[in-house]
Write a protein that binds this ligand. Structure first.
Ligand code: ADP
Length: 634
C-alpha cells in the first residue's frame, strides 16, 4: 500500500451525527438494507461516469466494463464493495461523506423528539444512503479516485461513525470507489457469500449493471490458488425496459427505493411504454409519505432522465408540473439527444407533449388508487392533498380531473377529516340541488359552528368545510364540477334555488317588506361599517350574520394578503339579521336610539367574531356590552 499524505481528522456536520445516531438505533430490525443503499450509490456513480464519458471517452481509462463487485473475508469480518464508477476526489469525500447537503435538514433535525420510535419514522423522509454502513460496521473505510485524475490523487476516508472521520491522500490505480466495512462483532453473519447473494437478489436485482460475487472455487492441494473468478448474481437489465407482466411488485418496490432514495415502499406506480411519433418509457411512483422539504421552493424535484438507457440527469423537473413535485421515477426517451441540457429541456416542444402525457398518467394513476384503494388514497391525501390543491391554478387543462381527486371535510362527516369527493357530494345531494355549497374559514371548529350553516343544517343540505390556507385561492380557480356551480355560503345573497319552496320565498318577501323600517334604522345606526342591511334567509338560531359581497375578497385571502404586506381593498360586509330571533324583536321595539345603536353594534361585532374575524374596536364592544349587562342587573 502506498504512503498516505495530507492526513487530517475532521468532524461530521451536526446533522450527520444526529442522523447516524438515529439510524444506528432505529434500523436494527432491518440491517441488511445497508447493502442495498451502498449498491444504489455505486450504481449512481457508474451512471454518472457513463454519461460523462460520452463527451470525454478518456474517463473510461480503458476499462469500459462497468460493474460492482462485492467480496468478503470471513476471518477478518469484512465486506467490501467496489465499483468502477465516477469516484470521488478528496473534496468530494469531505463534503459528500461528512455533510448532508439537503437544505432545511438542520431545521428538520430540530424537530426530533428524542423518542426513538417517533424519530425513526422521520428518518424515512431522508433516505439513509451511505451512512447506513454504520448499522452493521463499527469502522468504515472508503478508498476512491475520481475518473480522469492521476492515480496519485486517490483518497482514503475512514470513520468509526462517532463524530469524526479521517481523510488522507493516497495512490489508487483504478478509478472508482471501494468501501470496506469492518463488521461489528455481532454482525459477522454478513461476511458470507450465500447471505450476500440473497440480499443482492432481494433488493438489487433491478440494478442495470452487473453485481458480482466471487465464485466459489475449490483449492487444489499443492497448486497455487487460481485467479479469482467472479459471477454476476443479478439480472442486470434496466427494469423499465422489461414488459410489465414480467416485473413483480417486489421488484417495482425495490426499484422505487433506489430511484427515490426512500426506504419505505411506494403507494402506487405506473409503468408505460409509448411508441409512435415519440418513443419513451416511463415509470412513475407515488411515495408513501411526504418528504420534509415538500414545501421548500428550492427542494429538488423531478424525474431521473435517461436517453436510450443512458442516465442523463437527476431531477429533470420539466416533465411534470409543480403540483406533482412529489412524484418520483424515471423517463427514458429515444428522441432526445444525449447532450440535452436543462435549458434545452425547458424549451423543447417534445418535452411539452411528454409533460402533458406524463401528467395524465399521474392523474390516471391517482384516480385508480382512489377508486380501488380508498383507504390508501386517504393516506395519499393526508400527505399530498395540499399540494394537489395547487393543481387547478397551475394546470387549467386538467382542472376537472384534478377537481375529481380533491377531498374535503364536510358537515356530513364527523371529525373534520378531508374525505369527501365532489362526486360523492353530488351523488347524495338533495333533490333539486344544483349547486355545491362550501364555507371557508380558519379552523374546523370555527366553520363547523358557523351561523352561516344554520339554514343548511335545518334543511339537511351538505356543505363542504374548507380550512386549509390555500382553500379560498383554490376555490377562486374552480367554478363548477360536473356542471354544478360552487357557491360560497358566506357570500352574496344566498339563493337556495329549488331548495326553497314557493311558500318559503313568498314568506321571505313578506318579512322583508314588513321589516323595512327596522332595516332603515339599522342602516343609520351601523352607518359606514356595512355596505347593506337585509333580512337573512340563512339563520335559524343566531340573531345576525355578516355576508361577504359577491365580488369582495374572502377573509382568508384578505388575511394572507395582509400578512404578506400587500394593500387590500377595503370591503364592507352585508349585515343580515334574523327577524325571528327574540333579540331582533326586542331591537325592533327599542325606543331609545342610544340603546338601539349599542345593541346593533354588539350584534354586528358578534357576527364578525363568529366569522373568525377580529374586531376593529374591541374596547368599544366590551364597553357597550358591559353597559347592557349593568342595565340588565338593575
Ligand atoms: P445520496 O445518495 O442520497 O445523495 P448518500 O449519503 O448515500 O446520499 O451519498 C452521499 C453522496 O456521496 C452521493 O450523493 C455521492 O455524491 C457520494 N457517493 C456515495 N457513494 C459513492 C460511490 N460509490 N461513488 C461515488 N460517489 C459516491
Amino acid at each position: 500500500m502506498s504512503v498516505e499524505t495530507q492526513k487530517e481528522t475532521l468532524g461530521f456536520q451536526t446533522e450527520v451525527k444526529q442522523l447516524l445516531h438515529l439510524m444506528i438505533h432505529s434500523l436494527y430490525s432491518n440491517k441488511e438494507i445497508f447493502l442495498r443503499e451502498l449498491i444504489s450509490n455505486a450504481s449512481d456513480a457508474v451512471d454518472k461516469l457513463r454519461f460523462e464519458a460520452l463527451s470525454k471517452p478518456d474517463l473510461l481509462e480503458g476499462g469500459a466494463e462497468l460493474k460492482i463487485r462485492v467480496s468478503f473475508d470471513k476471518d477478518a469480518k469484512t465486506v467490501t464493495l467496489e465499483d468502477n464508477g465516477i469516484g470521488m476526489s478528496r473534496e468530494d469525500a469531505i463534503t459528500h461523506l461528512g455533510t448532508i447537503a439537503k437544505s432545511g435538514t438542520a431545521d428538520f433535525m430540530k424537530n426530533l423528539s428524542g423518542d426513538q420510535k417517533k424519530d425513526s419514522h422521520l428518518i424515512g423522509q431522508f433516505g439513509v444512503g451511505f451512512y447506513s454502513a454504520f448499522i452493521v460496521a463499527d469502522k468504515v473505510e472508503v478508498f476512491s479516485r475520481r475518473a480522469g485524475v492521476p492515480a496519485s490523487e486517490g483518497v482514503h476516508w475512514a470513520s468509526k461513525g462517532e463524530g469524526e472521520f479521517e481523510i488522507a491522500t493516497l495512490e489508487k490505480a483504478d478509478r472508482g470507489t471501494r468501501i470496506v466495512l469492518h463488521l461489528k462483532s455481532a454482525e459477522g453473519e454478513f461476511a458470507d457469500g450465500y447471505r450476500l447473494r440473497n440480499i443482492i437478489k432481494k433488493y438489487s436485482d433491478h440494478i442495470a449493471l452487473p453485481i458480482q460475487l466471487p465464485k466459489e472455487q475449490a483449492a487444489v492441494e499443492g497448486e497455487a490458488a487460481p485467479e479469482q473468478e467472479w459471477e454476476t448474481v443479478n439480472r442486470a437489465s434496466a427494469l423499465w425496459t422489461r414488459p410489465r407482466t414480467e416485473v413483480t411488485d417486489e421488484e417495482y418496490q425495490e426499484f422505487y427505493k433506489h430511484v427515490a432514495h426512500d426506504f419505505e415502499n411506494p403507494l402506487s406506480w405506473s409503468h408505460n411504454k409509448v411508441e409512435g411519433k415519440l418513443e419513451y418509457s416511463s415509470l412513475l411512483y407515488v411515495p408513501g409519505r411526504a418528504p420534509f422539504d415538500l414545501y421548500q421552493r428550492e427542494a429538488p424535484r423531478g424525474l431521473k432522465l435517461y436517453v436510450q438507457r443512458v442516465f442523463v440527469m437527476d431531477q429533470a423537473e420539466s416533465f411534470l408540473p409543480l403540483y406533482m413535485r412529489f412524484i418520483k421515477g424515471v423517463v427514458d426517451s429515444n428522441d432526445l439527444s444525449l447532450n440535452v441540457s436543462r435549458e434545452i429541456l425547458q424549451k423543447d416542444p417534445i418535452i411539452d407533449s411528454m409533460k402533458s402525457a406524463l401528467t395524465k398518467r399521474v392523474l390516471d394513476m391517482l384516480e385508480k388508487l382512489a377508486k380501488n384503494e380508498p383507504e390508501q388514497y386517504k393516506g395519499f391525501w393526508k400527505n399530498f392533498g395540499q399540494v394537489m390543491k395547487e393543481g387547478p391554478a397551475e394546470d387549467f387543462a386538467n382542472k376537472e380531473k384534478i377537481a375529481g381527486l380533491l377531498r374535503f371535510a364536510s358537515t356530513h362527516e364527523d371529525g373534520g377529516e378531508q374525505v369527501v369527493a365532489l362526486a360523492e357530494y353530488l351523488a347524495r345531494a338533495k333533490e333539486g340541488q344544483d349547486k355545491i355549497y362550501y364555507l371557508t374559514g380558519e379552523t374546523y371548529a370555527q366553520v363547523k359552528n358557523s351561523p352561516h350553516l344554520e339554514v343548511f343544517r335545518k334543511k339537511g343540505i351538505e356543505v363542504l368545510l374548507l380550512t386549509d390556507r390555500i382553500d379560498e385561492w383554490l376555490m377562486s380557480y374552480l367554478s363548477d364540477f360536473d356542471g354544478k356551480g360552487f357557491v360560497d355560503v358566506a357570500r352574496g345573497d344566498l339563493d337556495l334555488g329549488k331548495l326553497d319552496s314557493e311558500e318559503d320565498k313568498k314568506a321571505q318577501e313578506e318579512v322583508a317588506k314588513d321589516k323595512e323600517g327596522l332595516i332603515e334604522r339599522l342602516k343609520v345606526a351601523l352607518g359606514d361599517a356595512v355596505s347593506e342591511v337585509r333580512v337573512s334567509h340563512r339563520l335559524t338560531d343566531s340573531p345576525a350574520i355578516l355576508a361577504i359581497g359577491e365580488q369582495d375578497l374572502g377573509l382568508q385571502m384578505r388575511q394572507i394578503l395582509e400578512a404578506s404586506g400587500q394593500k387590500v381593498p377595503d370591503s364592507k360586509p352585508i349585515f343580515e339579521f334574523n327577524p325571528a330571533h327574540p333579540l331582533i324583536a326586542k331591537l325592533d321595539t327599542e325606543q331609545s336610539e342610544e340603546r338601539f345603536g349599542d345593541l346593533s353594534h354588539i350584534l354586528f361585532d358578534q357576527a364578525a367574531l363568529a366569522a373568525g374575524d377580529s374586531l376593529k374596536d374591541p374596547a368599544a364592544y366590551v364597553r357597550r356590552l358591559n353597559k347592557l349587562l349593568v342595565e340588565l342587573s338593575v
